[in-house]
Structures are given as structure tokens and as C-alpha cells.
Design a protein around this ligand. Sequence first.
Ligand code: AMP
Length: 420
Amino acid sequence: MFQIPRGTRDFASEEMQKRNYVEGLMRKTFQSFGYREVQTPTFENLELFTAKSGDTIIEELYSFKDKSERDLALRPELTAPVIRFYVEKLQMEPKPLKLFYFGNCYRYDRPQKGRYREFKQAGCEIIGTDTPEAYAELIALAYEILKNAGLKNIKLNIGNLTILSSLFASLKLSKDQQKYLTPLIDKSMFDDVQKALEDFGIAKSISEDFVQMLQNSDIKQLMKYMKDDENIKNEMAKQEEIMKLLKDSFKIKNCQLKMSIVRGLDYYTGVVFEIEAPSLGAEKQLCGGGAYELVKLFGGNQTPTAGFAIGFDRTLLALETENYKFPTFKLDVYVIPVNQEMVPKSLEIVQTLREQAINVDIDLLRRGIGKSLKYASSISSKRAIIVGPKELESQSVTIRDMKTGEQKTVKIKDIVEFLK
Ligand code: AMP
């Protein structure tokens, strides 16, 4: 027997019903913020992903050579592909350009609950603006998408890599020391951060204060640590404005400034953010994003870019943990020809109903009334239409309400109206 590859999943129809429903809600929210959908290929030239992250990323990729020896990779995320698309074909479009996407991503991760080798992301990029309102709107969009999808318990944390770098600088940490600390901070291993800082020779009182600030940051408190540098002052003012817009204009109350949001210092710059669903435990991060720089690296004209990616599968897991009631798919009508002679007329009825956008199925196994009715209720059909010779003589059929069992004789020409 063949088995599904490790880290991948099949989705049964009930699951697809839920996924399509949530995707529809997300799409609506993207569009309500003026974003337009784009699609890029599932695989790209390998270089697109190594350009920003170096060759070490190949370990995490599904990369391969095609028959002409080209180095390709299944995409691990969609920001690089969308920016490649922008630089290749969309640079002349009016700004800001607001693009969103849904797409499967592939990573050679160690599979566990909420972590797969094939998973879906919903995300967006905003190109051509770096105003505080653009960032605030982007962050609010991520939050609204998850809220509108039905999630009740989510937390938004906002950081800033420019400010974090300056904090590192104020502690006089070397590049290597910063590199050592970053993954620890990313994984919220604050005891280890504290210990490392002390090992680097930083006084206990200062390192304690620093670790405290990483977790619960306050702009005014941060100011204490900052050098008197114009750039940093501007960045702080911007960050403060973003936070204020999110709280006062977008009315997002549970957002917190958290300098421990790092998101891989490689290509992110300035404001960064994450949204988590605490109910999910270890793999609780639903969304990550921020301002980043890729356009120039890909050969385009410098312009500001920012975006985020939402883990679609984790969003569904979080909805399940919150016992979200998904609408279920119900077939409108199941048609039952009582004998073989009734089949052609039954199919004709099915066809007219389908033309009216009614969801109809028909017995294709010649099962007879009893078994067909059982089947109709097992697939949760709202109604059954029984096509028999006696009713047909008067151009009629029997329509049965599958919930109450009530039956009515209805003229064929009146079926659509009756069903509506
Ligand atoms: P990233 O591109 O790493 O910032 O990821 C964005 C979001 O995608 C994360 O917050 C997760 O929700 C989701 N995600 C990342 N990797 C995986 C994975 N292997 N399986 C499922 N979801 C993932």
C-alpha cells in the first residue's frame, strides 16, 4: 500500500469545506483593505531564496535539478516570489501597490502538530510606502483577518529591529554576540539570554533590566538606553505613532510593544510583528511580518516594502481549539428515480435544477427508494425528489423534506419555485 509523504496531508471534504470557508473570509478582508490577489509559481529558481538567506537555507528547502540541470526549489514562502514578480513586471504600477496571495509552501521541517512540510500561507505585501499609517494599516489587516476568520483569543506583539540593534549597540555587544543572542531571544529563552549577557561581562542589574525590557517594552523606558541619535529618535517616534494608531484608530487593544520580536535579522528592517494564538501551545505563532528590504537585492529600484504571512493551517487549528462552529455543506436535493425507466426524466430534472444553481445529486446506483432515502440522509441532503411513474403521468414529482419527513406532490415546472 502507498503512503502519503511525511509532513503532508490529505483533506477530506468536510475539512475542505472549512478551509474554503475560512479562505473566503480572509479574501474578503484583504479586499476590504484594498489589496488585490496575485499568484506566482509553486517553484522558483533556487537562487531567489539563497540570494537573501545564503546557502544554509538549502537545508530547509525542497530543491532539485530539472532535466536541463537548472537549480530549482519549491517555494518556502511567498515574499521573495512576489517581490521577484514586482521587480520583473510590476515596477511601473501606481504606488502603493497592495498585493495578497494564498499559496502552498514547502519546508524540510521536522513535522509535528501545526508544523508540516507542505503548508499553506495567506499573506500580502505593500510596496512603495513607509508611513506610520501604512504600517499600522498593514498590522491591523493581519489582526482583522484573524478576527474576521472567527478567532477570539489572539495576541499581537510588535517590535522594531532598528531599535533592537541600537539596544545591542548600547550594550556594546559584538556582531558575533548579537548573532548568538538573536535565536535565544526569538525562542523567548530569556533565562539563557540573561546568562549569556552576564557571560559577556554585562553587569547583572543591566542585563536583568534588558531582559525585562525585551519582554515588556515601553517606549519611554527604552529611551533611557538609546544613544542620542537622530535616526533612532525618528524610528522611536514612528514606532510610537504606529502603536497609537493601532490602539486609537484601529481600536486594537491587546497589542503590545515587545522588543523580543526578531524574525531573523537578515532581511527585515524596522517594524516587525507577530500574532499568536496562545491556545495552540508550542506552535502558537499564526502570523509574522514587518518591513523588509529585497527589491534592490533583486535588481529593482529602491522602494519601501512590508508584508506578512499567516499560517493558514494553524489558523484552522486555532479555530478548532476555540470550538468554532463551521457552517456545514448541505446538498439541496437528492433525486431518486424509483425504477430504471425513470432515469432519463430524472436526469432532465437534475439538469434544470443545476442550471438554477441548486446543488443536486442523483442516485447513480439504481438503489431503489428505501436505500436511496437512507443515503440522502447520510449525506445530509435537505430534500429528496422521488420520481415515480404515477406522479409523472401528471407531470409531477414527490418532494420530501428530509428533516421532518413531510412529503408533497409538486408539478415539475414548479419545483424551482417550491425549493426556493
Ligand atoms: P514565516 O514565513 O516563517 O514567518 O511563517 C509565517 C507563518 O507560517 C508562521 O507564523 C506559521 O503560522 C506558518 N508556518 C511556518 N512554517 C510552517 C510549517 N512548517 N507548517 C505550518 N505552518 C507554518
